[in-house]
Design a protein around this ligand. Structure first.
Ligand code: ADP
Length: 166
């Protein structure tokens, strides 16, 4: 596991994860950036998927991205922390990794799911993210998946880096 500061659409990994909305038909933030970089064919494939529930994940091709796949997951909207947000966010990471494993993905990059428009506090979300990925990798010691946390700011990167050192 490592944390970098980057635009996730530029990363040369097998799969990037999209913090999508339930329609899977595009949005702002990282979702908009991924659709712009991948091209219209990504939206066409997403239209065939019938949306995605919060905490679940679905895979598409990456089209014009350097990444071969996009794994679309829907994070929870932050409602103060008592609406099952931690379990739903944990589900995003675990389901994305399961889908990655099923598709032979060996390297995957996650954005900081739910911490933009969806308002999940970054310190709390990053702790959920690192713990979920750590537990998945511990539970699948032979999977060989290299996980990158793709941060969009130095402040987010500092938070992830501290958790990865702990
Ligand atoms: P959500 O709706 O799940 O909160 P957002 O896209 O609003 O999703 O934000 C999720 C995170 O993705 C935020 O930390 C935001 O700064 C970051 N982000 C936005 N654009 C990019 C990008 N091109 N690459 C990586 N991260 C990005």
């Amino acid at each position: 596991m490592k944390a970098v500061v980057a635009d996730i659409t530029t990363l040369e990994v097998d799969a990037i994860v999209n913090a999508a909305n339930a329609s899977l038909l595009g949005g702002g933030g990282v979702d908009g950036a991924i659709h712009r970089a991948a091209g219209r064919e990504l939206l066409a494939e997403c239209r065939t998927l019938g949306g995605c529930a919060t905490g679940e994940a679905k895979i598409t091709k990456g089209y014009r991205l350097p990444a071969r796949f996009v794994i679309h997951t829907v994070g929870p909207v932050w409602r103060g922390g008592r609406a099952n947000e931690p379990a739903l966010l944990r589900g995003c990471y675990l389901k994305s990794l399961e889908v990655a494993l099923e598709n032979g993905v060996r390297s995957i990059a996650f954005p900081s799911i739910s911490t933009g428009v969806y308002g999940y506090p970054i310190e709390l979300a990053a702790a959920v993210a690192v713990k979920a990925v750590r537990e998945f990798l511990d539970g699948h010691p032979a999977c060989g998946i290299e996980v990158t946390f793709c941060c969009f700011s130095a402040a987010d990167h500092a938070i992830y880096s501290a958790l990865l050192r702990a």
